[in-house]
Design a protein around this ligand. Structure first.
Ligand code: ATP
Ligand code: MG
Length: 199
């Protein structure tokens, strides 16, 4: 064995000891709150990756998509047809401008009632609240109310919230937060949204 090999082996052994100790420490189970935020691409698609994983274990999933405008997506075509997935599109009617603020607030509140139903259903192992942050940022929903409802969910239920600029109270109560950075996006090179990749 060369000196380099020996040093590498020692370094790896030290690293393994640290990783093994960390794994031994992490022994608790709980329903997690995950926030996927930031300006880069990959928030919703990551959330739907966790839906696929969860379905792989035979668990039930609830999805609430708070969309800006109605649009067909590959995730709805595929996951929305699975017998163990409850799929709700709640954004119909958002105008995303202040011209019809009252109607938007009413629509957001109706949507949140559906989400509250998912958060109260202990048979759902995972709940996705896709693009929820926009409703909070526009002041259509009260962030405190949303945080209270999230805190009151069944203890074993995992929840994933996606959307840019997640509010502080949500970040504070979350167990896992990822902020996806926008380094480059094909759209800025004039390439339109690609089915299967972007929608
Ligand atoms: P995805 O659903 O692909 O994971 P996302 O949830 O992170 O994306 P959203 O802000 O919800 O991002 O936007 C959804 C759509 O906008 C997708 O078609 C995505 O490719 C596109 N998109 C996301 N980020 C950017 C960006 N920085 N510039 C241009 N388009 C973007
Ligand atoms: Mg998204």
């Amino acid at each position: 064995m060369t000196e380099d090999d020996a040093r590498h082996r020692q370094r790896m052994a030290r690293k393994k000891a640290v990783v093994d100790a960390a794994i031994a420490q992490a022994q608790h189970d709980k329903g997690l709150l995950l926030i996927l935020t930031g300006n880069g691409k990959g928030k919703s698609s990551s959330a739907f990756g966790m839906v696929a994983r969860t379905l792989g274990y035979g668990h039930k999933v609830g999805v609430a998509q708070f969309l800006k405008s109605r649009r067909d997506t590959g995730e709805e075509k595929f996951l929305g047809n699975q017998p163990t997935v409850q799929w709700h599109v709640l954004g119909d009617g958002f105008t995303w401008d202040t011209q019809n603020r009252e109607a938007d607030i009413a629509s957001a509140r109706r949507g949140w009632q559906v989400a509250q139903g998912l958060l109260a259903d202990a048979s759902l192992h995972l709940v996705i609240l896709d693009e929820l942050t926009y409703l909070l940022n526009y002041g259509y929903l009260d962030a405190q109310q949303v945080c209270t409802d999230l805190a009151a969910r069944p203890a074993t239920q995992h929840v994933v919230v996606t959307g840019r600029a997640a509010p502080a109270c949500l970040l504070e109560m979350a167990d896992t937060v990822s902020e996806i950075q926008d380094v480059k996006h094909a759209f800025r090179a004039g390439i339109r949204a690609q089915p299967g990749i972007d929608l």
